[in-house]
Design a protein around this ligand. Sequence first.
Ligand SMILES: *[C@@H]1O[C@H](CO)[C@@H](O)[C@H](O)[C@H]1NC(C)=O
Ligand SMILES: *[C@@H]1O[C@H](CO)[C@@H](O)[C@H](O)[C@H]1NC(C)=O
Ligand SMILES: *[C@@H]1O[C@H](CO)[C@@H](O)[C@H](O)[C@H]1NC(C)=O
Ligand SMILES: *[C@@H]1O[C@H](CO)[C@@H](O)[C@H](O)[C@H]1NC(C)=O
Ligand SMILES: *[C@@H]1O[C@H](CO)[C@@H](O)[C@H](O)[C@H]1NC(C)=O
Ligand SMILES: *[C@@H]1O[C@H](CO)[C@@H](O)[C@H](O)[C@H]1NC(C)=O
Length: 424
Amino acid sequence: MATLRIIFFVTLLAAIVLAAPAPAKIRKRSFKVPRHINAPVHARGLNGGAAVRRVFNKYNLKGGFIAAEKTGALATDLKINASNSTANGTGTVAANPGDNAALFLSPVDIGGQTLNLDFDSGSSDLWVFSTDLPQQATTGHGVYDKSKSTTFKAVTGAQWQISYGDGSGAAGTVGTDAVTIGGVTVQNQAVELANAVSQSFVQDTNTDGLVGLAFSKLNTVNDGTKKTPQKTFFDNVMGDLDLPVFTADLDPDGTGVYEFGKIDATKFQGDMAWIPVNASSGFWQFSSAKFAVGDQVAENPTASQAIADTGTSLLLVDQNVAEAYYSQVQGAQLNSQVGGFIYPCAATLPDMSVAIGDTYMAKIPGNQITFATVDQANTTCFGGVQGNQGAGLQIYGDVMFKAQFVAFNGGNQSLGFGEKPPVA
Ligand SMILES: *[C@@H]1O[C@H](CO)[C@@H](O)[C@H](O)[C@H]1NC(C)=O
Ligand SMILES: *[C@@H]1O[C@H](CO)[C@@H](O)[C@H](O)[C@H]1NC(C)=O
Ligand SMILES: *[C@@H]1O[C@H](CO)[C@@H](O)[C@H](O)[C@H]1NC(C)=O
Ligand SMILES: *[C@@H]1O[C@H](CO)[C@@H](O)[C@H](O)[C@H]1NC(C)=O
Ligand SMILES: *[C@@H]1O[C@H](CO)[C@@H](O)[C@H](O)[C@H]1NC(C)=O
Ligand SMILES: *[C@@H]1O[C@H](CO)[C@@H](O)[C@H](O)[C@H]1NC(C)=O
């Protein structure tokens, strides 16, 4: 079973009282926020192996074919130099220092300062690069300066720390401020100010922090002895929205729109299927015990639970499911050097479907499975469907969201799925 997140609490006695967020000042009862591509990171390459490592590291899963420190050797072995990266991210298996790199970011205003944050339905902390960090850690990042905000309030004694499996992580102090997303403001949103970030976050320039959109119980704020979880932005605005939802509507290139409070039925075909989530872990989690390769539905009796994670690039399925899929792709092989399943780019890929609960199969068309090419000549491709190597959790990321319009319903704790129109 996977140990999900390792959260360290520094043992320091401090009694704290956290300010209760004031009700959201909502004029609009639904609002949108764009999801942009983080160009400089993208230029470093859509690196398949790194994408697998990133998700293993995020959830501290056991497995991963290559340790991060071996990526240099990987690049050398494949005779591909990082400078071969093209601006559109093709043809690279370059060593990518930014294993935690967020490719997609959305603008968020905190106390009048705009930062580019990664909207992550797989975590629950809203944390930012701040002026509490040493200057060499913040080069290239937007940085929140609490002294320049007239609405910032420190929360005395409160701290937070997230640590990932590879030793990367971030930590710092806590305050509240007015946080505006899509024109809607939460006055006393808990904002977590980093005073320490690991090197991988430092190198991921343009990522100024995260907006966690999983359930608030996963929030890591503590008073030194015990967890005192703070509400996510979504939990704070939810009651004032027309519908207690946010939706992820991603285009094939991964850009798109998050919308809060509304379900835009023009973005998907047919009716939305609703599946209750198992929120006991704090994730948008559900069972996923069936899959289909093409039209062939198969049971996965030993299935791990699955989560919907906008902060992950790939569709990470149980290893037997990935093996079953690639057994139907001519020339596919598990390549430990590259870090996952690869195949000739000329291969015809069948559609892949994964069960969402007991009642819905989320289909990803075969022509949307490829994640990246692994060589400049575009002859070998890296799949967007990969195995979790027995890690005990299936993690459904952007590969799924590009094919499925997904509504996260915090009101009745369910997920709504609608199939997006096919891409030519
Ligand atoms: C990448 O660039 C290096 C030098 O810049 C070159 O030696 C190598 O052959 C290139 N690799 C490919 C696959 O084009
Ligand atoms: C990558 O290529 C650049 C430019 O061709 C070169 O300056 C650099 O030394 C190369 N790096 C490696 C690790 O080969
Ligand atoms: C990707 O970049 C290469 C090299 O710069 C260019 O030839 C190609 O047209 C680009 N492809 C797309 C889809 O933009
Ligand atoms: C949750 O709410 C939606 C509408 O907001 C409704 O259509 C759906 O049936 C509900 N799902 C569950 C599992 O209760
Ligand atoms: C809900 O999730 C928990 C924690 O991951 C798991 O142990 C439990 O079996 C799940 N419950 C159901 C009904 O699937
Ligand atoms: C590889 O694919 C990219 C993007 O589709 C394209 O720009 C590039 O010209 C291709 N390279 C070759 C050698 O076909």
